[in-house]
Write a protein that binds this ligand. Structure first.
Ligand code: NAD
Length: 491
């Protein structure tokens, strides 16, 4: 298993330690063992990376797409060979279970596979004779240097929503991982190095706000792909746009799920428990509010409370564990204070996950699954992204009232419905104001060949990550109108 004493940057094909006095500890949240130290790089590291990426771009963009994707085929092979070990690194630094970490890496690899289709996906189109003897073509060209800034909760997958498409399209790329989970990308970059990619095509700069600001301000960087909390997403989007950059910024979420009385309650409960408590609720697609309609109230409340109580919590590498810790002590304190606030607002704590101590892991940052009943739909708990294993229940009388509550949210990342009624399902998918919709699905995660389609305060920009939209984002269109006078004949 890979352990690194000090996390390094990878710039212009070389590993290096930045000149800084500021380091953060990288900690296993289940054991609080210190795994490594990560440097908070100064802005000068971004300058070095941008220069390397800009220089590499001149040759990389001239490399045929069919040749560029050969590196991605090699990367796919290397990721498969090191699959287990990378998944273990994800578990160690983020706390999620090994099965969840493997699921994350599977999704990452699928993005590499889709990006291997670039030779056809990047094609343009043309029309002959837009006027007599004049033809017009649209071609796609890469942007130049692109930057990717990612959050802590999917250290392996999220950079892959962007990087494979960026480089396959002929761009070069700088990745800044979350400073809380830098080890996974560190390991993946050793594999990128083994693919033989030319120097400067991919670069890794570790750090925090200073690095992000330098990426947003650097003149050579043409685009920013960001995933994180809504406040930071808004900030990144505004500053990138003010500097004339293309930006796609995915933000936070508060995902509602409606349970109708005709839903299969056993199936719904199993799926909902996975959605709300999987990855300890630290997923932007986690179910956060369950809105039960009519008679679903009693059946679902009892079943989900039982599922919450019986979930096996512990260290993600131990067998049988279904849920790991949350990422930091501050996170645990914040989640527990939101549960307290819900109580103050009049909610009942049906299942209380506070003050959890796991035998053998007493110091870990554990919060057990928690169920809040009758939260105030207009209160703070109903609006706040908890990002922990907490499911709030609200009971309403009709699907219309439930959809109205879904649409009142400031967020629009995901909304789901559980039902056996096709007309109700159609009404919901037609009216719900969210970009990812689940019908009898708890985590409506789009595959690599569909856009990850957040709305409202869950996304700032026009073009989302993954699939065709990634190709649109990482290329600029050029239109050529062409006339060749044929001297041998009269028009
Ligand atoms: P975060 O916003 O704290 O950090 C994200 C990135 O921004 C990190 O790389 C961090 O170093 C940087 N950053 C943090 N504060 C900054 C600042 N003030 N200025 C500049 N850069 C800053 O997010 P997080 O806690 O790592 O991740 C959890 C959040 O991400 C949740 O809100 C979750 O919903 C969201 N998320 C969204 C999606 C999505 O697809 N919409 C996916 C995963 C996570």
């Amino acid at each position: 298993m890979a352990h690194f004493s000090i996390v390094q940057n990878y710039i212009n094909g070389e590993w290096s330690t930045p000149a800084t006095e500021t380091y953060l500890e990288v900690t296993n949240p289940a054991t609080i063992e210190i795994l490594s130290k990560v440097p908070l790089s100064p802005a000068s590291e971004v300058d070095r990376a941008a220069l390397a990426a800009h220089t590499a771009f001149q040759t990389w963009r001239r490399t045929p797409a069919t040749e560029r994707i050969q590196y991605l085929f090699k990367l796919k092979t290397l990721l498969e060979e090191h699959f287990e070990e990378i998944a273990q690194t994800i578990t160690l630094e983020s706390g999620k279970t090994l099965a969840e970490a493997k699921g994350e890496m599977r999704r990452a690899i699928e993005n590499v596979e889709v990006a291997c289709g670039i030779p056809i996906m990047m094609q343009g189109y043309n029309s002959e004779d837009i006027a007599r003897g004049i033809d017009e073509h649209m071609i796609r060209q890469p942007l130049g240097v692109t930057a990717v800034i990612t959050p802590f909760n999917f250290p392996g997958m999220i950079p892959f929503w962007f990087m494979p498409y960026a480089i396959a399209c002929g761009n070069t790329c700088i990745i800044k991982p979350s400073e809380r989970v830098p080890l996974t990308m560190q390991r993946i970059f050793t594999l990128l190095e083994q693919t033989g990619l030319p120097k400067g095509v991919v670069n890794l700069v570790n750090g925090a706000k200073e690095v992000v600001d330098a990426l947003l301000d650097h003149a050579a960087i043409r685009s920013i792909s960001f995933v994180g909390s809504t406040g930071v997403a808004k900030y990144v989007y505004s500053r990138a746009a003010a500097n004339g950059k293309r930006a796609q910024c995915q933000g936070g979420a508060k995902n509602p799920v409606i349970v109708l009385p005709d839903a299969d309650i056993a199936m719904t409960t199993k799926i909902m428990a996975d959605s709300a408590f999987g990855c300890a609720g630290q997923r932007c697609l986690a179910a956060s509010i369950a809105i039960t309609v009519g008679d679903a109230k009693n059946t679902f409340t009892d079943a989900i409370s039982e599922a919450a109580t019986s979930r096996q919590v512990g260290f993600g590498l131990d067998s049988g564990v279904q849920m790991g810790p949350v990422i930091t002590d501050q996170s645990k304190v914040r989640i527990e204070s939101i549960i307290q606030q819900a109580e103050t607002e009049g909610a009942t704590v049906l299942v209380d996950g506070r003050s959890t101590r796991i035998s053998g892991y007493e110091t870990g940052y554990f919060v057990r699954p928690t169920i809040l009943q009758n939260i105030d739909p207009r209160g703070e708990t109903a609006k706040t992204e908890i990002f922990g294993p907490v499911l709030s229940l609200i009971h309403l009388d009709s699907i219309e009232a439930a959809i109205a509550l879904v649409n009142q949210s400031q967020y629009g990342n995901m909304a789901s419905l559980f039902t056996s009624n096709g007309a109700a399902a159609r009404k919901f998918r037609y009216e719900a104001e969210a970009g990812n919709i689940g019908i009898n699905i708890g985590v409506a995660a789009p595959m690599a060949f569909f856009p990850f389609s957040g709305w409202k305060d869950s996304f700032f920009g026009d073009l989302h990550g993954q699939g065709w939209q990634a190709i649109e984002f990482f290329t600029q269109t050029k239109v050529i109108v062409e006339r060749w006078h044929d001297w041998t004949r009269q028009f």
